[in-house]
Write a protein of this length. Structure first.
Length: 112
């Protein structure tokens, strides 16, 4: 095994961990932003609906076959991170709902 072999696996594991944090990190602070329990539940559902919609859409259009999977992973992870950063700029439920749905789509794209 070369030194590259010792770098690749930890890089993949860290990338998956960091990308998946898009799903869980906002859920830890949602209730502290003044959202009630129903709104928190709806925001979690928005992420799941976005993931399902993104998975169906990306599969239908065979995006993973048309775009390099590592490139798609990187683009969707970056897009999800940018959307998460936008989330912290507001406490309006409607904006959060749209952003969390789009983050679900980004999560679907990085899983493809």
């Amino acid at each position: 095994m070369t030194i590259i072999d010792y770098i690749i696996l930890p890089t993949i594991v860290y990338s998956q961990f960091a990308g998946t944090s898009l799903w869980f990190a906002p859920n830890a602070v949602i209730s502290q932003l003044g959202f009630n329990q129903d709104e928190v539940a709806n925001l979690v559902t928005c992420t799941q609906v976005g993931f399902i919609f993104g998975t169906a859409t990306l599969t239908y259009f065979a995006v993973a076959d048309r775009i390099s999977p590592p490139f798609l992973f990187a683009i969707m992870t970056i897009a999800g991170a940018v959307l998460n950063v936008i989330c912290i700029s507001t406490t309006k439920f409607a904006i959060w709902a749209v952003l969390r749905t789009l983050i679900g789509v980004a999560l679907a794209g990085k899983s493809g």
